[in-house]
Write a protein that binds this ligand. Structure first.
Ligand code: C2E
Ligand code: CA
Ligand code: CA
Ligand code: CA
Length: 277
């Protein structure tokens, strides 16, 4: 496969197989997804264990692909990263999130925080300013926004990425370290960056409390977070047993199917309203 100037893959092999064709089609469809308004946001509540309140939501991208139906971001985000489309898609996510936050605030909904996933490939010199401009355009305060970054992003990142994270943190945007524990050890970054929250990866939540190793890892991450005075949230919580273990271990927040799946905007708004009265 060779890369043409416009970023579209051109395959010279005789054995252009079904998979390559599908990937090519996926890419060209994805290229049009933003302008055709096929992307939407889902919101998965994050619950504070201290009082059971909804303290925020993770914003999860959805693509309703014509003729196919909903496509998982796990499938198309890697393609978007590979092709550079992540820049415009990422921009759309931040814009749509801020627009939604502003609308919900205007409608009198409880003012919670919204966590957007950032991709390493999304980083460019003007990203911090672009995010701050978007917040300003919708008059959304910086602390209504949280950015989820990953360890691998920090490890592969240049000094420039670290400086950008500093800038965003200093502006009052919350930063959370996603999939914590799955990447290379990044403990030094916990000191260098204005990280607010550690997110225990779903793979460690799986099987607790019966899985002794995962239980130990979850406990250790919670302990680390406490000692560094960071908030700690567990993702992928599906059972009441997991919830009970995490609560007893001192975890601050949970997110997962146990409480709610990611919801379309109107359903999340209704839940937030119901839950806060
Ligand atoms: P992630 O950041 O780790 O997001 C959490 C994923 O776990 C979501 O999958 C969510 O639906 C799923 N999940 C939540 N609770 C549970 C649970 O209790 N059990 C199980 N089995 N799964 C649960 P989703 O929405 O398919 O997203 C997949 C990945 O795509 C995300 O993983 C994230 O890395 C990426 N992604 C999603 N939206 C965006 C976006 O706007 N920008 C970027 N760059 N990446 C995104
Ligand atoms: Ca995430
Ligand atoms: Ca901070
Ligand atoms: Ca995650």
């Amino acid at each position: 496969a060779k890369r043409a100037g416009n970023g579209i893959h051109v395959f010279y092999s005789q054995e252009m197989n079904q998979r390559s064709l599908e990937l090519l089609k996926l890419e060209s469809d994805l290229r049009r997804a933003v302008e055709r308004n096929e992307l939407s946001l889902h919101f998965q509540p994050q619950l504070a264990l201290a009082n059971g309140s909804i303290r925020g939501a993770e914003v999860l991208l959805r693509w309703n692909r014509p003729g196919v139906g909903p496509v998982s971001p796990a499938q198309f985000i890697p393609v978007a990263e590979e092709t550079g489309l992540i820049a415009s898609i990422g921009e759309w996510v931040i814009d749509a999130t801020c627009r939604q936050i502003a609308a919900w605030r205007a409608a009198g909904l409880p003012q919670v925080r919204f966590a957007v996933n950032l991709s390493a490939r999304q980083f460019s010199a003007n990203l911090p300013q672009a995010i701050l401009n978007t917040l300003a355009r919708y008059a959304v305060p910086a602390d209504a926004l949280e950015l989820e970054i990953t360890e691998s992003m920090l490890m592969s990142g240049t000094e420039e990425v670290l400086v950008m994270m500093q800038e965003l943190g200093d502006a009052g945007i919350h930063l959370s370290l996603d999939d914590f524990g799955t990447g290379y050890s990044s403990l030094s970054y916990l000191k260098r960056l204005p990280i607010d929250t550690l997110k225990i990866d779903r793979s460690f939540v799986h099987g607790i409390p019966d899985d002794a190793d995962n239980s130990a890892i979850a406990r250790a991450i919670i302990g680390l977070a406490k000692n560094l005075r960071l908030t700690v949230i567990a993702e992928g919580v599906e059972t009441v047993e997991q919830l009970a273990f995490l609560e007893a271990a001192g975890c601050d927040e949970i997110q997962g199917f146990y409480f709610s799946r990611p919801l379309p905007a109107d359903e999340f708004a209704a839940l937030l309203r119901r839950h806060s009265v």
